[in-house]
Design a protein around this ligand. Structure first.
Ligand code: LMR
Length: 326
């Protein structure tokens, strides 16, 4: 009897201290699959936090728009329903016009140029561009260059004329498709597969890893390897959440995040190459390579969009991005 009472006391002490020490849950919500740079980065962050400060914080990752789709994730962040998101840079235009620079078609020659711009003073300053709206950009994460997929082959701009393309919620991307007389439709990422499958739209633009992981290639017989724009992310938290953290904890979380972003960036190019190859191997979609002349026609048709958005974005910022190509 005495023994039983003692073990009951021991158990209740254990339960009480466990309840007391329950780690604070940090929710990381995103819209893509787990086998993408963003999906992998978020899981890496979860693991590093568990390893380094798991007694105090537990990161829960919600992929595939499970918790919030891209129409809602920024509001959810500001309401405190999630603590980390990593939306595409194309989705911030409600909060800042500056990040639109990343959407300008044919601005960056390759991902190295994108990276140089992001790491430049001008690029780093852009991480603060949504601060007045209560959000803090903690770093850039790569996905990669966008390709054009469609139900019919797109070799020259006139092939896109009259066709409907899903775009992210960006006026620059809308103007880019207007420039080739196509019809842009702003739709959430979670709806793209069904829109393509039912032929409600004719095409879309995305990276190799998104086209592969969301199976767009199964319902799009042609993918033009256009590399016409970039799809990268800003890993974002809310100022309210971030600033109330004890300094020492914030430091540990930031270091874990920086390392996770570096990891995501390191695997992004390989993922793009592998997923492109898997699409080729599937035989479901034909990849079209443009001649210099064909590509030149797309550039000529779409580049006037830069001028159209120069006042909103700032000529200096566009110039700084152009310089990153050298
Ligand atoms: C899209 O909506 O196409 C992308 O932003 C999805 C993503 O987060 O990569």
């Amino acid at each position: 009897m005495k023994k039983l009472t003692l073990s009951a006391i021991a158990l209740s002490v254990t339960l009480a201290s466990a309840a007391h020490a329950a780690p604070e849950v940090i929710k990381f919500s995103h819209v893509v699959a787990e086998n993408t740079p963003k999906g992998q980065m978020a899981l890496h962050f979860r693991d590093l936090v568990a390893e380094r400060i798991g007694d105090k914080y537990e990161v829960e990752v919600y992929p595939n728009s499970q918790l919030f789709g891209d129409g809602k994730e920024m509001e959810a962040l500001l309401l405190g329903d999630v603590q980390f998101i990593a939306p595409s840079l194309s989705k911030f235009s409600k909060y800042t016009k500056k990040l639109q620079v990343f959407d300008l078609p044919f601005l960056f020659e390759d991902m190295e140029a994108v990276d140089r711009f992001q790491q430049s003073d001008a690029g780093q300053l852009l991480l603060q561009s949504v601060k007045s709206k209560g959000m803090i950009g903690l770093g850039y994460l790569h996905n990669g260059l966008k390709q054009l997929s469609a139900s019919e082959p797109l070799r020259v701009p006139s092939d896109a004329s009259g066709k409907k393309f899903r775009i992210m919620s960006s006026d620059v991307l809308a103007a880019q498709f207007d420039a080739v007389d196509a019809v842009p439709l702003k739709k959430p990422f979670s709806e793209v597969f069904t829109l393509l499958q039912t032929r409600a739209i004719d095409g879309q633009e995305n990276t190799w890893s998104n086209i592969y992981s969301k199976k767009f290639f199964e319902v799009q017989p042609y993918i033009t390897a256009s590399n016409h724009g970039v799809l990268d992310y800003m890993v974002t938290t809310s100022a309210e959440f971030w600033m109330q953290l004890p300094d020492a904890d914030r430091e540990v979380l930031k270091k874990a995040l920086d390392e996770s972003v570096a990891y995501g960036n390191q695997i992004a190019q390989q993922k793009a190459d592998d997923d492109r190859q898997k699409i080729i191997d599937s035989g479901r979609s034909q990849i079209l390579t443009l001649t210099d002349k064909e590509r030149g026609e797309w550039v000529e048709a779409m580049q006037p969009v830069w001028q159209q958005f120069e006042d909103e974005i700032g000529a200096d910022l566009i110039q700084a991005a152009v310089q990153a190509n050298q």
